[in-house]
Design a protein around this ligand. Structure first.
Ligand code: UDP
Length: 374
């Protein structure tokens, strides 16, 4: 019997982080032929991660153009991916998460009656506008997909409650934790270095590092308020802030203007994934609006304050290692102060646990796909 042909489509940094362990596991299966197509939705950030994982895309659509609208992006993705599907004729298309690339690949595959496999399926905030447009994207993918790899029992239950048959849902854990633990172990064994973070840790020795990321579309109106909270935090002499700035110029401009002149604040370019993992490992507290970072911080035992009103990752909140703090400056500053000044509050949040996975999701995903190909 000939090998099943799988086409993996990805476009952004978080997809590359969560799919590189899956692609590696799939490539260990002789019964599966795995073709990788990148859309280039986040060009530079995507390439960094694929280089780290030594994955050379088989097809590179390079579709990103600066400032394009969501409609223009979707149109280009559908046309580009559709042509790839016609040429490659895969048996299945694999997408991850909730990006425009994932949604459009699922739709193109559906139009051709090619079964869609969804990795990290079933995350729901319950609010179509938070996170936007990701909540809509992942619901659309769930409707079209044939196989759903859910990271947690919550996610699997959400899919079942939407009428998806239990036999098509597999609870695997989140492959992002596979990536995280792999890179953390490389760093700890010194097989990989993170010089940028080693330098910052030395520069800020004796201070507790608060790692900050902020980029969500729905938070763009709240950037000034978040910057105010960070200025209040930076007034403390026992703290340093390290904040990799997302490439979105709107985000960078606000934080540079507000924080650039402060001696205990380091605003950096987006960090390579290993540097970012080293930052998470070195910091005291994480303040973020990212999805993936909410999963990574608890696995490394770091309290995470989430600058959102809702989250599709309730497991960390339920366990008490993550807290929703919204985007109001006073609230963020109060929650940070509580963690910095109340050792008991800190200890309660700083328990290492991994509700999102045990680092072996990719092997499980590959095993199911091998089974399905028989
Ligand atoms: N990340 C990174 N470098 C950075 C900031 C984040 O490699 O400077 C990684 C982080 O470890 C996480 C992912 O990027 O795995 C999160 O991406 P992002 O916040 O862009 O997206 P989201 O998770 O919200 O979809």
């Amino acid at each position: 019997m000939s090998a099943q042909r799988l086409l993996v489509v990805l476009g952004t940094r978080p997809e590359a982080i969560k799919l590189f362990p899956v692609i590696r596991s799939l490539r260990e299966q002789p019964a599966l032929e795995t073709v990788v197509c990148v859309t280039g939705q986040h060009r530079a950030l995507l390439d960094q991660v694929l280089d780290l994982a030594d994955i050379r895309p088989d097809i590179d659509l390079d579709l990103m153009t600066p400032g394009q609208s969501l409609d223009a992006l979707a149109g280009r993705l559908l046309n580009g991916i559709g042509a790839v599907l016609d040429a490659e004729r895969p048996d299945r298309v694999i997408v991850q998460g909730d990006t425009a690339s994932a949604k459009c690949a699922a739709l193109s595959a559906y139009y051709r009656r090619i079964p869609v496999v969804h990795v990290e399926a079933g995350l729901r905030s319950g609010d179509l506008h938070h996170p936007w447009p990701e909540e809509g994207n992942r619901r659309i993918i769930a409707t079209l997909a044939d196989l759903h790899f859910a990271p947690t029992e919550n996610a699997a239950a959400a899919l079942r409650s939407e009428g998806i048959h239990a036999s098509r849902i597999h609870m695997t854990g989140n492959s992002g934790i596979d990536a995280l633990l792999h890179v953390r172990d490389l760093l700890r064994s010194k097989a990989r270095r993170a010089p940028a973070i080693e330098d910052l840790a030395e520069r800020f020795a004796g201070r507790r590092i608060v790692a900050v990321t902020c980029h969500r579309r729905e938070n763009l109106g709240a950037l000034a308020s978040i910057a105010d909270a960070l200025r209040m935090l930076a007034a403390r002499t026992d703290v340093a802030i390290v904040m990799p700035l997302h490439p979105n110029p709107e985000v960078g401009a606000v934080f540079r203007t507000a924080l650039e002149d402060l001696p205990n604040v380091a605003l950096t370019d987006p960090l390579d994934y290993p540097d970012f993992v080293a930052l998470l490992d070195a910091c005291y507290v994480v303040l973020t609006d990212s999805g993936g970072v909410q999963e990574e911080a608890p696995a490394l035992g770091k309290p995470v304050l989430v600058m959102r009103e809702t989250t599709e990752r309730p497991e960390g909140i339920a366990a008490g290692t993550a807290r929703l703090v919204g985007t109001e400056a006073g609230c963020i500053a109060d929650e940070l102060a509580r963690l910095l000044d109340a050792p008991a509050a800190y200890a309660a949040m700083a328990r290492a646990h991994s509700p999102y996975g045990d680092g072996r999701a990719s092997g499980r995903i590959a095993a199911v796909l091998r089974q399905e190909s028989r």
